[in-house]
Design a protein around this ligand. Structure first.
Ligand SMILES: Nc1ncnc2c1ncn2[C@@H]1O[C@H](COP(=O)(O)OP(=O)(O)O)[C@@H](O)[C@H]1O
Ligand SMILES: [Mg+2]
Length: 255
């Protein structure tokens, strides 16, 4: 399964991605978790040891690699560079693995105006396409805010986009905007995940205000999420209730 996770900042994308990663890994899947946040923090959420995280460099910041593969210096616009740089070795060479989860950090894609292409964005797009097309593991992409990492060419290779929202009008408004962008690039299946629900009224609010998105599941507000953060442990280890809810989301996605 190849899943992308999006939503307004702070709604719980990284928390959900980490829960999905461990839940799939517990079902004996190989998992490739991709952090597309310009300030990466999925590794922390996954409980990766410090030294492993410190050994990672976001791909967008690997200037020598970008120059070698594209034939152009990062940050240069125009000029001549390869549109199909070699990327197939990148996930295995530049990731870290912990508890059966492989973590790759993409870093910030610089997006100029429409149609802007630069060396690092070409490399990242090619990398994401290759991962979606060729990797035969569960792929989870923590997409930060928008869907910029997914181009039109590869959007139909994502099995589903999960748009996370809290029981707030603003996060549901952002979900509506993301839904529009995702529909524009033709991502076939879009679902809403309601997070931080404290009670049935919260679930009802989300269900009543989804911008035409089917709700694939809910995660409850759980103090264990904060405890996990402070203890530098994965939420998966400290929040059995959220693990159950994540299992239910995966079961619904399977269907
Ligand atoms: N189900 C939850 N219950 C309690 N707190 C949560 C829950 N999900 C996320 N949080 C908290 O919300 C904040 C943002 O979560 P995070 O996953 O980093 O969001 P995002 O990746 O969307 O920015 C964090 O402080 C996190 O601990
Ligand atoms: Mg995040």
């Amino acid at each position: 399964m190849k899943l992308a996770v999006s939503g307004k900042g702070g709604v719980g994308k990284t928390t959900l991605t980490s829960l999905l990663a461990f839940t799939f890994a517990a079902q004996d899947y190989q998992v490739l978790a991709i952090d597309a946040d310009p300030s990466p923090c999925l590794g922390d959420a996954l409980g990766f040891p410090r030294e492993l995280i410190q050994g990672l460099t976001p791909i967008a910041e690997m200037e020598a690699l970008i120059a070698e593969r594209t034939g152009a210096k990062p940050g240069t616009y125009g000029g001549i560079f390869k549109m199909n740089p070699r990327v197939d070795d990148i996930p295995d060479r530049f990731s870290a693995t912990f508890r059966g989860i492989k973590l790759l950090e993409l870093g910030a894609v610089k997006m100029g105006g429409a149609g802007c292409i630069c060396a690092e964005s070409v490399l990242l797009k090619q990398l994401v396409s290759m991962i979606l097309l060729q990797r035969n593991e569960v792929v989870l992409m923590d997409l930060y805010a928008g869907v910029e990492h997914l181009g039109r060419a590869t959007s139909d290779m994502v099995d589903a986009l999960l748009i996370v929202a809290e029981p707030t009008a603003r996060s549901l408004g952002t979900a509506a905007q993301i839904r529009q962008l995702a529909t524009d690039i033709k991502i076939p299946k879009l679902y809403l995940v309601g997070n931080k629900a404290q009670n049935q009224a919260d679930r009802d609010f989300i269900a009543a205000n989804t911008p035409g998105l089917p709700v694939i599941g809910y995660l409850s507000a759980d103090p264990a999420v904060r405890e996990a953060d402070r203890a530098r442990k994965p939420v998966y280890d400290l929040a059995p209730a959220l693990v159950k809810e994540t299992q239910a989301i995966i079961a619904a996605l399977d269907k």
